[in-house]
Design a protein around this ligand. Structure first.
Ligand code: HH2
Length: 257
C-alpha cells in the first residue's frame, strides 16, 4: 500500500503533494513501483495535528481518488468521515482506511457495507491531538487485539462481511516506542485474529529515536520493521518507499517460503 498524503502537514511528506496534479503523478509512480493499492489521505493524523473539515478534505482527495481509480489503480481512502468516504467510493475507491475503526463516524460502517468495499480498522488510543501524551497499557498487545476484535464484530454487525475487514495495530497512534516494538515483536498475536494485518511503520518517529535519523533517513528502519512484520504474519504494508520495501518483502518472502 503506497501512501499519497494530499496535506500541508503530514509528518514526512506534508506539502509535497498538495497540488492535485502532483498527488496524482505520485500515486501513479507508486503504482508503477509495484504498489497493489494506493492510499489517498487529506487529513494528517500526526501527533498534535489539527482536524480538517469534511469539505476541505473532500476538496483535497476526491479529484486524486477519481483520477487514479480511472487509471485502474486500486485506491483506498484514508478518512474517518462518511462525508468524505461516500464521494470517494463513488469516485472509484475500493477500500476505506479508517484510523478510528468506525468510532469517529459509525455511519461509515454501513456505507462501507453498502458499497461492497473493504475496510482497514486501526487501533488508536485517544485522538491524534492528544494520543502521544503519556500512553499507558497493562499489556499493549492484548489490549490492541481485544479492541480490534470488538471493532471487527461491530463492522460485521453493521453488514461488512468479515472477509472485507483488515486489521491494523496502529503503530505510533497512542504508543511509546516500546509499545510499538512490543506490537511488532508479538504481531503474530494480532494475525491470530484471522484477518489480514496491515502494518504502518514507514518513516515513523520511533525509527528516528532508534537510529537518530530524520524522516528522510528512515528507509533502513522501515525495511527492517516491514520484513519482521512479514515474518510475523502481516500482509499489507503501508509505506512511502514502495519500490524499496517491495524488493525487501520479495526477498524476505522467498526466504520464508
Ligand atoms: N499511519 C498514518 C496514517 N494512516 N493508516 C493505517 N491503516 N495505518 C497506519 O499506520 C497509518 C494510517 C500516519 O502516517 P502518514 O500518512 O505518513 O502521516 P500523516 O498522518 O501525518 O499524514
Amino acid at each position: 500500500m503506497g501512501i499519497v498524503n494530499v496535506t500541508p502537514d503530514s509528518f514526512s511528506d506534508g506539502g509535497r503533494f498538495l497540488e492535485h496534479g502532483d498527488a496524482i503523478a505520485h500515486g501513479r509512480r507508486l503504482a508503477e513501483d509495484g504498489a497493489d493499492l494506493v492510499d489517498v489521505g487529506g487529513e494528517s493524523t500526526r501527533p498534535g495535528a489539527e482536524p480538517v473539515g469534511a469539505e476541505e478534505e473532500r476538496r483535497r482527495v476526491i479529484p486524486v481518488v477519481e483520477a487514479l481509480a480511472a487509471e485502474g489503480i486500486v485506491v483506498s481512502v484514508d478518512t474517518t468521515k462518511a462525508a468524505v468516504a461516500r464521494p470517494a467510493l463513488e469516485a472509484g475507491a475500493a477500500v476505506v482506511n479508517d484510523v478510528s475503526a468506525f468510532r469517529v463516524d459509525p455511519e461509515l460502517a454501513g456505507l462501507t457495507a453498502a458499497a461492497g468495499a473493504t475496510c482497514v480498522l486501526m487501533h488508536m488510543l485517544g485522538e491524534p491531538r492528544t494520543m502521544q501524551d503519556d500512553p499507558r497499557y497493562d499489556d499493549v498487545v492484548a489490549e490492541v487485539a481485544a479492541f480490534l476484535e470488538e471493532r471487527l464484530a461491530f463492522a460485521v454487525a453493521e453488514g461488512v462481511p468479515e472477509s472485507r475487514v483488515w486489521l491494523d495495530p496502529g503503530i505510533g497512534f497512542g504508543k511509546t516506542s516500546e509499545h510499538n516494538l512490543e506490537l511488532l515483536r508479538r504481531l503474530d498475536e494480532i494475525a491470530a485474529l484471522g484477518r489480514p494485518v496491515v502494518i504502518g511503520t514507514s518513516r515513523k518517529s520511533f525509527l528516528g529515536r532508534l537510529t537518530g535519523r530524520g524522516e528522510e533517513g528512515r528507509l533502513a528502519g522501515t525495511l527492517a520493521t516491514n520484513v519482521m512484520a512479514l515474518e510475523r504474519g502481516a500482509s499489507v504494508f503501508r509505506v512511502h518507499d514502495v519500490a524499496e520495501v517491495g524488493d525487501a518483502l520479495r526477498v524476505a518472502g522467498a526466504v520464508l517460503r
